[in-house]
Design a binder for this molecule. Sequence first.
Ligand code: ADP
Ligand code: GLC
Length: 480
Amino acid sequence: MKVLFATSEMYPLIKTGGLADVSGALPQALSNLGVDIKVILPNYADLKNEHIDTKLSIGLVEILGQNVEIFKTRLINSKLEIYLVDHPTFSARKGNPYMGPDKNPWHDNPDRFGLFCRAVVALSAGGFNEDWRPDIIHNNDWQTGLIPALLSESELPKKIFTIHNLAYQGVFDRPTFERLGLPWTLWREDALEYWGNMSFMKSGIVFSDTVTTVSPTYAEEIKTKEYGYGLDGVLKNKGKNLKGILNGIGEDWNPATDQQIDEHYTPNNMGGKYNTKRIIQKHLGLPENPNTPLIIHIGRLVEQKGIDLLIQAIEALKDRDIQFVILGTGENRFEQTLIKLASQNPNKIAVHIGYDEQLAHRLEAAGDAFIMPSRFEPCGLNQLYSLKYGTIPIVHRVGGLADSVIHSDDETIANGTATGVLIDFLDVPAIIWAIDYFIKLYENTEVLSKIQINGMNRQHEWSISANEYKKIYLSLAQEH
Ligand code: ADP
Ligand code: GLC
């Protein structure tokens, strides 16, 4: 059974969010389980070449009048093979994979990712000089959504499509559909057509044998009007072929071994965590007080993550003895408000606008709590990292957050399952309530330490999730 994993980002080569973490860890975990799997992604200008071996060309193919080359390489220190699809719209464009310096999506995104999809299809059909041909193609998010449609005429390879975020659908107008050279048979309501436009995401869902998403609760939520973004009906139609599998935690997120943090620690010896808190307070210019609760937030500064509500809650709490640290990039309006808030309250609020992988690790290690008031969250990774780092997650009860954090009340504290604080109905007062609730837990060191250790001992290894994907692959292979 050979599997090709198609993705638009992969840690440590290129990352904008959780999809990169998943693509960096899941194929490796599947390979460790004996699956013959290779990854394919675009050869971006900003791809971190120091993490891969020499790139060898496996050929050049003309697709829609454009020359597309594929390189083959390997991650250093790993046997996992990687194909890189090369075209100037990827390899001659620096910066974010999806948007220009003005933060607007690249105007030709459908063309770029349409070409990527066609290159994947050509490779899988033996179009480049490559003997290895997949029995299964595992696609991820809208950027890969045309692959199943382009392969819909043939039963093989089998197609699996993972939705990481239904809010980003790759919807484009009809002239784009025409420009992409897609057959008219695909312009149907039960195919790519979506309210007079075309949708890459819908294409991925409709034409795949199995659709998965990244948590069981999100798999249910997306079948409702509220979270379905117009695709709830299409998703309901998938029946048993829509499944939710919770993401795992990559090996480099472990406070006992993490190369990027200031001091290591374990559930039995938490000293390193408390030292790290002091080091980070100093680093960020906050008063070095071990007793002041340090609440962190890391993420894309967009409405999905509830950052607008969090900003209002922080404003309301700024005179309390609490420190907040926010690391993120995103919409200008949120970046500007946060910078202003921090400059007005330098002893309480520290803000770092930018993308900083190491700081993300150091903050997870330093924090007392991690706040994630997402409006919706397909899985969410930072709450998982927080559990592992003994940093109590304060989260909205949706999607993967609901599936990974257990609210701390008398019962769960007594039976040893409590791991965090859950908000049932999200608004600003509810966030303030949740922070107050956390502070009460924080003040009882015995209870706090129990909750921390419960979280640190939770099992979220990627091998567990990878086993679920392997079962799907096996059943698809058997179907054939
Ligand atoms: P999403 O994929 O929706 O952005 P996830 O929680 O699944 O959310 O994953 C986000 C990933 O990106 C995490 O690994 C998180 O640490 C990382 N991340 C987000 N913003 C930043 C940032 N500004 N600096 C460093 N890492 C970040
Ligand atoms: C998306 C989701 C996030 C999920 C990640 C990886 O970006 O927003 O919740 O954890 O994909 O699956």
